[in-house]
Every structure is written in C-alpha cells, then in structure tokens.
Design a protein around this ligand. Structure first.
Ligand SMILES: [Zn+2]
Length: 60
C-alpha cells in the first residue's frame, strides 16, 4: 500500500523521463507495471510553442 510505484512522466517527443527531482533524462527501459503519463519536457514544449506562435500571428 502507499503511493503507487512506477508512475512515470515521459516526454512524448524526445522520450525523456522526469525524475522525482524534476530533472529530465533518457531512460532505455521502463518496467512493465509502470503507469506512463505523456507530456512535453521543457525543451520540447518550448519548440512547440515556437512553432505555434508564428501561426497564431499569421491568423490575426
Ligand atoms: Zn522532450
């Protein structure tokens, strides 16, 4: 009992995994019973925002 083991936050772009301390690192193997939550790491989020911004401007 207690908190669920193996809850993983993974970047869906570069496949990096966030550690408990908030750092992002490459990880080769995930345990089978891990619950994976897909999101964007700060680096990929910034890239996506940079791609979205010009479109938003041109739509105006
Ligand atoms: Zn990423």
């Amino acid at each position: 009992m207690g908190r669920p083991a193996g809850f993983i936050v993974m970047c869906c772009v570069c496949r990096k995994v966030r550690s408990n301390t908030g750092k992002w690192y490459k990880r080769r193997h995930l345990s089978h019973n891990s619950i994976v939550s897909h999101t964007y790491c700060p680096v990929c989020a910034e890239k996506i925002m940079a791609e979205i911004r010009p479109q938003a401007i041109s739509n105006n």
